[in-house]
Write a protein that binds this ligand. Structure first.
Ligand SMILES: C[S@@+](CC[C@H](N)C(=O)[O-])C[C@H]1O[C@@H](n2cnc3c(N)ncnc32)[C@H](O)[C@@H]1O
Length: 207
């Protein structure tokens, strides 16, 4: 199956989730609001400024923006949310009603907006039947786009390969491999966070 076919299946999964469950963290695959926000906390932990613009790749219903504005008290002047699922983006428009910055929501898997910071939370986890190498090529191309479209930095998370059980349809990234990849391809300043209680890690690439 091609990557396009996998992305179609992923789009259908999340569309069905949001239709059945509504705007709740379980609709984007998380067990609790707390663990969803813990991921946002890790991904955003290196940001010093109060005002900035954001790309959110696989934005779901836009919860990361709410975290930035309501919990971090940041002023996000533009939020570019990307998602495969139009239903997710429609939910984001509702959920983010009242946001005072510029809201750009794109049903697209390619990034074409420049922002200070870009985030990816959970988007690389579900690979369905894609082969490991094929999925890693897709991730590398996406990281290349993130790097080109982030002026100050980008961060992403993955399920960790340090597990004793793997689900067949999910991708578990080796943090050492991806750390090395980011160091060699994107920046000298790379931070790996693998110190929290989820079966995941977060990579921060500073420009
Ligand atoms: C695990 S959910 C996380 C949503 C959000 N980041 C959060 O943490 O609340 C992943 C989201 O990414 C979207 N997605 C998956 N692959 C994508 C791709 N290649 N391009 C754009 N969106 C994608 C899905 O539709 C889904 O809404």
């Amino acid at each position: 199956m091609s990557i396009e076919e996998q992305l179609k299946k992923i789009e259908e999964l999340y569309t069905q989730n949001i239709q059945e469950k509504g705007i709740v963290s379980s609709a984007v695959g998380w067990n609790t609001d707390d663990c969803q926000f813990l991921r946002f906390h890790k991904l955003s932990s290196y940001i010093q400024e109060e005002n900035y613009t954001v790309n959110d790749y696989g934005c779901g219903f836009g919860a990361h923006l709410k975290y930035l504005t309501d919990i971090m008290k940041s002023s996000v002047s533009q939020y570019n949310g990307y998602d495969l699922s139009q239903n997710m983006l429609d939910s984001a428009r509702k959920y983010l009603d009242g946001y005072e910055g510029k809201l750009v929501l794109k049903q697209n898997s390619d990034i074409d907006t420049i922002a200070d910071y870009s985030f990816v939370s959970g988007t690389f986890n579900v690979r369905f039947d894609a082969e490991k190498e094929e999925w890693e090529s897709f991730i590398k191309e996406t990281l290349r786009q993130l790097s080109e479209h982030s002026t100050k930095g980008f961060s992403f998370n993955m399920l960790t390969s340090y597990v004793d059980w793997e689900e067949k349809h999910l991708y578990y990234g080796d943090p050492c491999y991806w750390f090395d990849y980011c160091k060699n391809h994107f920046s000298k300043q790379v931070v790996l966070l693998h110190d929290y209680h989820l079966w995941e890690w977060t990579m921060i690439v500073k420009k």
